[in-house]
Design a protein around this ligand. Sequence first.
Ligand SMILES: CC(C)(COP(=O)(O)OP(=O)(O)OC[C@H]1O[C@@H](n2cnc3c(N)ncnc32)[C@H](O)[C@@H]1OP(=O)(O)O)[C@@H](O)C(=O)NCCC(=O)NCCS
Length: 169
Amino acid sequence: MKIIPCKWKHHAALAELGASTFYETFRPHNSEEDMQAYLANTYTPALVQGNLKKSGVHYFLGYDELGDQGYIKLIENPVGIKLEGKIMELEKIYVRTSAQGSGLAKLLMEQAAMHSKQLSFNYIYLGVWQENARALAFYKKLGFEIFDTRKFLLGSRSCDDYLLSLKLT
Ligand SMILES: CC(C)(COP(=O)(O)OP(=O)(O)OC[C@H]1O[C@@H](n2cnc3c(N)ncnc32)[C@H](O)[C@@H]1OP(=O)(O)O)[C@@H](O)C(=O)NCCC(=O)NCCS
């Protein structure tokens, strides 16, 4: 397994991977209409291209011998977060269902922590749907702690998130 930092040329792969993994994760819990509306506003190649150009946004792709299997998106200095210090948001961590449990997600998280530390950030922060038991178990296993909650709107559906943080030492 290999992790690489993303460049502009990866926008199409990231858009496909982002849409596929989001769909796999949330379609069982949401209407097709809400899913399509969210995908159209979040995971198009053009939108990913725009994000890749922004300063303070970092993407990494994870590969195995079958191809791209997961990715992370980091955003520097999110606003309004109740933590002291420099904060890096892990806005996305998504691994294809077929690669879950393989250790790739842990490698992606280690990359997130290493990259954030290199840039002198004190915390990684993320939001996760309260009913996403697998993701919560994964984050807790790696030392993340819940520090707050928030609402997240997916189309017509309001979801409750936990906010978690990991102190970088
Ligand atoms: C969240 C994610 C990155 C974690 O990666 P992963 O490879 O699945 O993680 P791991 O298998 O290392 O760890 C998951 C843990 O949850 C456990 N688990 C699996 N299903 C579970 C469930 N329904 N309830 C509780 N725990 C569960 C696993 O047994 C494992 O624990 P263990 O290592 O002690 O056995 C990955 O599942 C994923 O991409 N999910 C879809 C996208 C997503 O939800 N992203 C996060 C959005 S905030």
